[in-house]
Design a protein around this ligand. Sequence first.
Ligand code: NAP
Length: 243
Amino acid sequence: MPATLPPADRVVMVSGANRGIGLAIARHLAAAGYRLSLGARDPAMLAEATAGLPEERVLRHAFDALRPPDAEAWVAATVARFGRLDALVNNAGVLRQVTFDEGDEEMLDEMWAVNVKAPFRLIRAALPHLRRAGAGRIVTIGSTDSKRYRDGTVSVGYAMTKHAVLALSHAAKFAGWEHGVRATAILPGATRTDLLRGIPGVVPGPNRIDPETIAAAVAFVLSLPNEASVAELPINARLESTL
Ligand SMILES: NC(=O)c1ccc[n+]([C@@H]2O[C@H](COP(=O)([O-])OP(=O)(O)OC[C@H]3O[C@@H](n4cnc5c(N)ncnc54)[C@H](OP(=O)(O)O)[C@@H]3O)[C@@H](O)[C@H]2O)c1
């Protein structure tokens, strides 16, 4: 296997590609030369946000994390269009403020559905194709909240789901390892998107991570060969021990 894997011909699915970190990933990977299958629940918004990407290398497909059949349908459409699947980027996610004093069950359920169950379903549907690829990749956007519970200002529900999706990423690595599948959880700290709007945070806006920086990290882990597995990549905007 070469020292790094070239983008050419590799097919990558990205969920939540219509804005924020997902859109930055889509743009970055398109510029690098990947073939892309972009999922979003609002096709019109996705088309507008990604106008200008090279159409011959891009598929857009409906993906609503709250609609279970969408995962399999999107994977099937991707393989039908490109004939293969090399990587899945689980990016779509929601943050609702659910603590012991704030929020409700509905908000908690939405976070479990979007942040954990949908990535589980996508991995399940994608795995046979990723195994066939020989160097399949699963990149999951977790959070620094996947690693520790920081303090009482943090959404307990969000931290629960982000811890869970990290476990899912590690399990996926085991499921695909023998067939060359590698799984990485990228764990960003505060990043400059709409996600944190109205949420108490400790990192002021200008000091937050640029979504393009996360996109570059995704491209980096996609470039690593089978012999160089990175299980977790924390990327923090603030000073914390070990993160
Ligand atoms: N921003 C941060 O500080 C930060 C830090 C660590 C980790 N993250 C993680 O990074 C990922 C991307 O977040 P972001 O910062 O880019 O947030 P964002 O700007 O709010 O974008 C969230 C994305 O998820 C999609 N999404 C939400 N609910 C969905 C559903 N039911 N079905 C399909 N897609 C859905 C959104 O689509 P719609 O436009 O349709 O809502 C949007 O594309 C998330 O997993 C988040 O937890 C973010």
